[in-house]
Design a protein around this ligand. Structure first.
Ligand SMILES: CSC[C@H]1O[C@@H](n2cnc3c(O)ncnc32)[C@H](O)[C@@H]1O
Ligand code: ZN
Length: 433
């Protein structure tokens, strides 16, 4: 089927042709066939009117724990380790595969409605997450989270290998699998070495939390005499493709190491602010040539999965932190949420830009809203003024997943009802324990 979006403003994120004021996008199958100015040259099977809309690449959420939507607003206003150990981990013990399926469905509904077309997840029961991705039509990079201490450590390695076998390139190529060792403080060196052996065997990349808090920085330094980044380098982690979430507490030497090994960073400004973990040195990382993308982290520490808000927070946080309003301009924030997201997930040849031959993963944003006018600079309007409710249409892999703000691939109301039912069961289970 051929689909055309006509009479539309376009931010392509393609440096050669970044902006088209009035143009068209032709989608054939799962790919962008043509982008042009003015009117489309032919008639097509399906026409979407783009007047008063902006087409741009969908957002790429490079770090989340999707099913944690079930724990949204369950425990707030605590520092990371207290939050994890006393609140989150005890409740996660009560999660079942079915709960994780519906929690992930809720996350995907929220992500699609706020313009996200791909996400990177690290959690348990990845088969359930993959089923949700398959059903909804979203794109995802999935890692079975692995904690290297405790009775589940070896099982986690085995399940990760099986998951990669079953789901890498799954859902018509929309799923990529990675390995997900949780963090240096939950995965001792011997365990991380087993992860590396598996990475060699499968060719999978590695998604890991790194240098999130001062406590982690101090504890790793005390245990190994090295910063978290130096420690991971010494183990050989960075010989593989690595997606490092957070990277808040870094030395200049850490930044050099990360640039040298082309480590991808998932920056999560809202989660870092809410848990008071600190402020990642993003301007310095970008200056050193490190690819920094954006993530929301889970909905229990954010408390939403809205990449529009994440871009705005990122731009504002680094301006005030450096007392320099030129830091992270709107276009840079947009690049972090699209082009850089694709790059850190190894999807740069497929998504993140609107270009002929790339996958048709893009969104249409309403411009006929008071807060989106005037239209001097559409990138600035998106980053500083847009809201999730402005996302009108979402196309992923050439399929219309949301049109006129209605999700087409699943029943959003059912998902909300199921999630609320599960939340009530979780509270009951917690009280019974
Ligand atoms: C092993 S599956 C993922 C694991 O990570 C936990 N988690 C959620 N948010 C964070 C964070 O900011 N830092 C570290 N770990 C986090 C989640 O609850 C799962 O247990
Ligand atoms: Zn996380």
């Amino acid at each position: 089927m051929e689909l055309v979006i006509r009479d539309v403003s376009i931010i392509t994120m393609d440096e050669e042709r970044p902006f088209i004021e009035k143009g068209y996008i032709v989608v054939k199958g799962d790919k962008i066939e043509e982008i042009g100015e003015g009117e489309p040259p032919y008639n097509y099977d399906r026409i979407l009117e783009g007047r008063d809309k902006l087409a741009m690449p969908g957002f790429i959420n490079t770090h989340t724990h999707a099913a944690m939507t079930l724990l949204r607003s369950y425990a707030d206003d605590l520092p990371l380790m207290e939050w994890l150990q006393n609140k989150i981990w005890p409740l996660e013990e009560k999660l079942t595969p079915e709960y994780i399926y519906w929690g992930t469905m809720l996350a995907i509904a929220e992500m699609i409605k706020s313009g996200t077309t791909a996400f990177a997840d690290m959690y348990f029961c990845m088969e359930e997450v993959a089923r949700a991705v398959e059903k909804t039509g979203i794109r995802a990079v999935l890692s079975r989270g692995m904690v290297g201490i405790g009775p589940q450590a070896d099982l986690a390695l085995k399940e990760s290998e099986e998951f990669i076998k079953n789901w890498h390139n799954g859902a018509g190529g929309r799923i990529t699998a990675m390995l997900g060792p949780h963090a240096p403080y939950t995965c001792p060196p011997d365990y991380l070495k087993k992860v590396l052996t598996l990475a060699e065997k499968t060719g999978a990349g590695i998604h890991i939390h790194v240098a999130e808090t001062n406590t982690e920085f101090r504890d790793i330094k005390k245990a190994y005499g090295k910063t978290p980044v130096e420690h991971l380098e010494s183990i050989g982690l960075f010989e593989h493709k690595v997606l490092a979430a957070h990277c808040v507490h870094l030395t200049e030497n850490d930044i050099d190491i990360m640039a040298r090994y082309d480590v991808g960073v998932a920056h999560n400004p809202e989660s870092n602010m809410k848990l008071a973990s600190g402020i990642a040195p993003v301007p310095q990382l970008l200056e050193a040539g490190v690819t920094v993308a954006l993530g929301t982290d889970g909905a229990a520490s954010n408390n939403n999965l809205d990449m529009l808000q994440e871009m705005r927070s990122c731009a504002l946080l680094h301006k005030v932190n450096s007392m320099d309003p030129t830091v992270i301009p709107a276009y840079t924030a947009l690049k972090m949420a699209t082009v850089n997201g694709a790059r850190v997930l190894g999807l740069e040849d497929k998504v993140g830009q609107l270009k002929e031959g790339m996958k048709a993963d893009f969104i249409l944003i309403d411009l006929d809203k008071p807060h989106m006018n005037p239209r001097y600079d559409l990138a600035a309007n998106v980053v500083y003024a847009a809201q999730a409710g402005d996302v009108d249409t979402v196309i992923i892999d050439g399929n219309i997943v949301m049109e006129n703000k209605v999700i087409k691939t699943f029943d959003e109301e059912e998902v909300i009802a199921r999630a609320n039912f599960i939340a009530r069961q979780l509270v009951r289970k917690r009280q019974g324990s």
